[in-house]
Design a binder for this molecule. Structure first.
Ligand SMILES: [Zn+2]
Length: 330
């Protein structure tokens, strides 16, 4: 009995760390991605909006019982040297030949896994298999969103190597949860990606370029705080743990400016681009025919309202963000 609960606690503690975007962020990204889709796909995804949002976090949950899951969420690219971000072979086979599969798995494989998921989703469209389309859309979206979090692209993933421990959840969970309602999350219709592999590497390189500021701004802001004001200390599982305080998060968010909201918008944009591209490459099946039920009049009206609010940056104000609704939070 004691063993079981200890294991459960260990899993809980481990899994609290390095969840890309936190649950809240992933859910928001998937909701927004649907608004960016073109008409031929939007009805289908909107019909399954609740699924897409709820399952946006499934890959993180899977980490608890699947040991092969963890490396799919990140890439510690700088472990291979300062230039690795520009020199790492984009194709899996070439990278594996250079560094070995074991080494790549150890330091994370997110860009390569996105390519695998993209192929599976494309196949699902080809086969017009609704279950698979939904399943792989949700998983693919999760990994693409993770690739937009700067601390998912460095071996210093929690600031632990630079005495900034705790930065991971500060950036990807605390900030979005505290400030998303003030973010200007913008919309742009999905674009076809001629080369999904190239695109995800472009994303990773851009995300990686944000690391210096991510860390440097934390140091700058820290100058105005003492240890007491910078952290909240709480006891968890009999151990004292410290988290960044709300006041610190506020100051840090201000210093970061639009970084988090830009990454969130970009993630939603990119998720839509990949879904749309898989659909095109899958032969553009007629999605209306794959719906067990067309959108009702009320649903069409609701979708229109949500898209309008999204365009105006009023989703939060109008309480249309599903992950931010009270019932979802509990
Ligand atoms: Zn993740």
């Amino acid at each position: 009995m004691k063993k079981i609960s200890l294991l459960a606690i260990t899993l809980l503690v481990c899994s609290a760390l390095s969840y890309g975007w936190g649950f809240f962020g992933h859910k928001v990204v998937h909701q927004l991605a649907i608004y960016n889709l073109p008409k031929q796909l939007q009805g289908f995804y909107y019909k399954h909006q609740n699924y897409m949002i709820a399952k946006s976090i499934r890959p993180d949950e899977r980490r608890n019982d699947d040991p092969t899951e963890a490396p799919r969420h990140f890439i510690d690219i700088d472990v291979f040297g300062e230039e690795a971000i520009n020199t790492m072979p984009e194709a899996w086979e070439a990278a594996a030949e250079q560094y070995s599969v074991d080494t790549l798995l150890k330091y994370g494989i997110v860009p390569w896994h996105v390519v695998v998921m993209q192929e599976r989703l494309t196949n699902a469209f080809k086969q017009q298999n609704v279950d698979s389309i939904l399943y792989y859309s949700a998983d693919l979206g999760h990994y693409i969103a993770d690739a937009h979090v700067p601390l998912h692209t460095t071996v210093n993933y929690d600031g632990q190597l630079t005495e900034q421990k705790g930065m991971h959840s500060l950036w990807e969970s605390k900030l979005p949860e505290m400030f998303a309602q003030t973010y200007k999350l913008n919309a742009k219709q999905a674009e076809y990606l001629p080369n999904a592999e190239k695109q995800i590497w472009k994303v990773v390189r851009n995300t990686y370029s944000l690391i210096p500021n991510t860390l440097e701004y934390e140091r700058e802001v820290s100058k105005n705080f003492t240890d007491e004001t910078k952290y909240d200390r709480v006891e968890r599982y009999g151990k004292m743990r410290q988290y960044y305080s709300d006041d610190f998060a506020k100051a840090y968010q201000q210093r970061l400016g639009s970084m988090v909201e830009q990454q969130m918008s970009a993630a939603a944009q990119e998720v839509a681009n990949f879904w749309y591209t898989a659909w095109v490459d899958g032969g553009k099946p007629d999605m209306d025919k794959l719906m067990y039920q067309q959108l009702t009049k009320a649903e069409k009206k609701q979708l229109k309202q949500e898209k309008k609010a999204f365009k105006r940056g009023e989703l939060f104000e109008k309480d249309l963000v599903i992950a931010a609704k009270k019932a979802d939070k509990e």
